[in-house]
Design a protein around this ligand. Sequence first.
Ligand code: G1P
Length: 357
Amino acid sequence: MRAVILCAGEGTRMRPLTYSKAKHLIPIANKPVIDLILQAIKDGGIREIGIVVSPGTKASFKSYLRDGSRYDLDLSYIVQQKPKGLAHAVQCAQGFVGSESFLLYLGDNLLENGVRGLVKQFRQGDSHAVISLVEVDNPRSFGVAWLKNGEIKKVVEKPDDPSTNLAVIGTYVFDYHIFAAIEKISPSKRGELEITDAIQQLIDDGYRVVPHRVTGWWKDVGTPMDMIDANQLLLDAMIPETRMKSGISLQVKGKIAQNENARVRDSKLIGPVIMGENVVIEGSVIGPYVSIGDGVIIKNSKIENSIILEKAVITDAKSIDRSLIGRYAELRVMGDSSSRFLLGDHSQVLKGSSECC
Ligand code: G1P
């Protein structure tokens, strides 16, 4: 079985960060989302993976992931020229998949328990498709499924008035019949070929489509706040690589994963916190739930529930909460009130500073 990961979305809800990087390459708990997905697929027993990218992001995916040998995976890149919908993206991958069954993974979904159970269920069953479902509070925001006698009988994309709360999430296994179903559907109201409509077509054509009930947490990381929430979930599950000890000028509580060359002094760390290489922290209170990328410098600041990307510099920020700070960003804010920031790469916030640029 092969896998197809859809990563061609423009990431408009993640701007400004996605102006300089595809959202799938942004790290959560110091690991790019795509790394977490590749690991989950590998754990599901699949090694040949096609990544559907946009013409604008292909180069950045390729330069980061290359041929996949570093992960012991075989990666191919498939370009979706225009954002014409998820089913269209699947159609673009038809040449890669051939007549094999395949795992379809939407590149902004993270699952606590990965895709092992889904793949196993398809392999052991006799269906033409297995669709992952999760009960949600807001079914209007998703594809929604209706079941009968252990099979999926109806799916509707973002219904106005759903009578069920079973959401179709972003992991599915299909056999080759899905391609004929996609041929038959037309663009939806939003002008896209919907994967939900292709699944309904499969059902209408008499093929057996069955549900897979997801266990553990599931997170769609389409917005910065989703990323902050996923950061909490991943840090909670983190096994610390090294444990820091409290010292004369350092207080440590909870799980801290840090690189040995981190320089932390006169500070308080409240785990879980993860730190990359060459991090400098002075006179600060960090945590809980903070991910700090390589080369970040934090001085005289207090930060919780946040993701700080590579080489950002934060000084005198008295209370940062639920923030996502881009690479090489510079943040210097005097004042005591709690603040939330969403800063793109290389941005500057120098409030209260007398310096000018
Ligand atoms: C897509 C699918 C939808 C599914 C959702 C899961 O929606 O079309 O059926 O429930 O992913 O994340 P989108 O996020 O593209 O609006």
